[in-house]
Ligand binder design. Structure first.
Ligand code: SF4
Length: 333
């Protein structure tokens, strides 16, 4: 048998041993869904171009699709003409970005995920009570920059348990922690344990900062990873939660795990001698890309996928209020 690339495929002795497991839940979360619909509706309502600060969600395909409809993605607000409409991405922005938008008289639509906004509120509250806040997250990630910008004088970044020894606080009895929403649950708990060892009076956030979608996708991939010769995670390289899914799959016992943007990135060699393939996707990934991977596997002799359900999700977020107001006005007018 040869592939369309002309590469021979090594089949296992017995094809009936093959299986494809599909994680559930996977793909779009409520915050991503809301952010993507926000840009689509803004384009319908105001017409192109609509500017978007940073990638609306961390997925190459989503960004390309919205670009084709007239969205213009920029890194910073000085690239947006004065008075134009700009959407803030699901990852959130700091108060300084809101200030810059006011200065340039931009019309803003804030598609920050409400679960990120919740972390911003926690940061403001802890800072208001004069706590030193240790923010567990990845340097340079947009969400971390937005959250840290809420209380720059109070927040310091901690990326791993190893960072904890170097933390300097004003009062060891007044330390709180927060986290990025898309981290590995297990790694974050290891970092929290290291912080608590140094600061026993450490104050926890009122509820989990790692969001339901991140937790559910990690749980789902753990369920299937231990039975898998190969786990394929669909998601872009700058998607924190997608990258974490690869790590979680390997830690849970998968023999191999790879992240791909889409089926074209799957390497034929990964399938050699592989019976059980598991497939999942990050929270910013459209389902059609997962279906493309399943199609790729089917064309190489793998059977239909069996969904393995580990949690049900039904959360939906309302669109940003400023967009709802304009949509209502357009309907009435
Ligand atoms: Fe919101 Fe979580 Fe989705 Fe991020 S991954 S957009 S925090 S629901």
């Amino acid at each position: 048998m040869a592939t369309d690339l002309g590469t021979p495929i090594v089949l296992p002795a017995d094809d009936s041993d093959r299986a494809v497991l599909l994680a559930a839940p996977r793909g779009y979360c409520a915050g991503v869904d809301r952010a993507v619909i926000t840009v689509e509706k803004a384009l319908d309502l105001y017409g192109a171009p609509v500017y978007v600060r940073k990638q609306i969600v961390h997925n190459r395909h989503v960004v390309a699709t919205l670009e084709a409809r007239g969205a213009i993605f920029v890194e910073e607000l000085d690239e947006v003409p004065e008075g134009a409409t700009v959407v803030f991405s699901a990852h959130g922005v700091s108060p300084e970005v809101h200030r810059q938008a006011d200065e340039r008289a931009l019309k803003t639509i804030d598609a920050t995920c409400p679960l990120v906004t919740k972390v911003h509120h926690e940061a403001k509250r802890f800072a208001g009570e004069d706590y030193d806040i240790l923010l567990i997250g990845h340097a340079g990630h947009e969400e971390v920059e937005g959250t840290a910008g809420e209380a720059p004088g109070h927040i310091q970044l901690v990326q791993s348990p190893e960072d904890v020894a170097g933390v300097v606080v004003r009062d060891p009895s007044k330390v709180a922690w927060l986290s990025q929403t898309t981290l590995s649950v297990d790694e974050t708990m290891a970092t929290v344990a290291a912080i608590r060892e140094r600061f026993p009076e450490l104050l926890d956030p009122p509820s989990d900062d790692i969001c339901y979608a991140t937790q559910n996708r990690q749980l789902a991939v753990k369920e299937i990873a231990r039975e898998s010769d190969l786990v394929i995670v669909v998601g872009s390289g700058n998607s924190s939660n997608s990258v974490r899914l690869v790590e979680v799959a390997l830690e849970a016992g998968a023999r191999a795990a790879h992240r791909v943007d889409d089926a074209t990135e799957i390497q034929q060699a990964w399938l050699e001698g592989v019976n059980t393939v598991s497939v999942t996707s990050g929270a910013s990934v459209p389902e059609e890309l997962v279906q493309g991977v399943l199609q790729f596997l089917a064309e190489r002799g793998y059977p239909d996928a069996r969904a393995v359900h580990s949690a049900e999700e039904s959360l939906i977020f309302a669109l940003p209020p400023e967009l709802r107001r304009d949509l209502r006005a357009a309907q009435q007018g």
